[in-house]
Design a protein around this ligand. Structure first.
Ligand code: NAD
Length: 178
C-alpha cells in the first residue's frame, strides 16, 4: 500500500530531467507528493540564478509536459533560515502534513532524521549530466544545455532571458574578484 504523503525538497536551479525522474519514481510510492522549492528567496547569483517564482513556473510547466497528475502534488516555495536546528519545524509549518522525506542531500537527511522523520535516499539518474551545476556550466559555455532539461523549461529560460542573466552574472562576479 502507498504511503499517504511524502516531501521532496530541491533548489532546482534549474529544474532538470533528474528532478522529473525522481518525482515520477517517488509518486509510485506515495499517494501525494509535496515538492518544496528550496532556497526560494535566492536568485541572481551564479549558483542560484533563478527566482523562487521562476522555478515554480519551470516545475509547473515541466510536470504538465510529462503528464503528471496535478491532483497528486503540491509545489511550495521554502525560504532558507539561518538556524539549521529549527529548519524541520519551519518546513513543517509551511507544508501539508507528510510522513516521509525523499532527499539525496546529506544535511537534509540528517536534519529530518534528527527530527524523527524518515528520510529516503532516492536513486540518481544520469547524475553526471542531470545536475543543476552541469546545466548552469553549459549555459555559461554556450554548450548543449537544452537536452538536459524538459522542453518546457527551455521555453521558460528563454522567456525570462535566463541565458543572458547567467552570462551577465558571471561577468559581474569575475569583475568583483579583480
Ligand atoms: P537539488 O535541486 O540539488 O536536488 C534536489 C533533489 O533532487 C536531490 O535531493 C535528489 O534527490 C534529486 N536529484 C537531483 N539530481 C538528480 C538526478 N540526476 N537523478 C535523480 N534525482 C536527482 O537540491 P538540494 O540542494 O538537495 O536542496 C536542498 C534545499 O534544502 C536547499 O535549498 C537548501 O538550502 C535547503 N536547506 C535549507 C536549510 C536551512 O534553511 N537551514 C537546511 C537544510 C537544507
Amino acid at each position: 500500500m502507498k504511503e499517504k504523503r511524502g516531501l521532496l525538497i530541491g533548489r532546482m536551479q534549474p529544474v532538470h530531467k533528474g528532478h522529473i525522474s525522481v518525482i515520477q519514481e517517488t509518486l509510485k510510492e506515495v499517494e501525494e507528493l509535496i515538492i518544496g522549492i528550496g532556497s526560494a528567496e535566492k536568485s541572481h547569483t551564479q549558483s542560484n540564478p533563478f527566482t523562487g517564482g521562476e522555478r515554480v513556473l519551470m516545475l509547473t510547466k515541466a510536470l504538465r509536459e510529462y503528464d503528471v497528475d496535478p491532483s497528486r502534488y503540491y509545489i511550495i516555495p521554502l525560504e532558507d533560515i539561518s538556524c539549521n536546528s529549527l529548519w524541520v519545524g519551519h518546513v513543517k509549518m509551511l507544508t501539508p502534513p507528510f510522513c516521509k522525506v525523499y532527499s539525496g542531500n546529506s544535511l537534509v537527511q540528517q536534519l529530518f532524521e534528527e527530527g524523527e522523520i524518515p528520510c529516503i535516499q532516492p536513486s540518481l539518474f544520469n547524475r553526471t549530466e542531470y545536475s543543476g551545476t552541469e546545466v548552469r556550466k553549459r549555459i555559461l559555455n554556450d554548450d548543449d544545455w537544452q537536452s538536459l532539461i524538459p522542453e518546457s523549461v527551455v521555453k521558460v529560460i528563454n522567456e525570462i532571458k535566463g541565458v543572458q542573466r547567467i552570462q551577465k552574472l558571471n561577468k559581474k562576479e569575475i569583475s568583483e574578484l579583480i
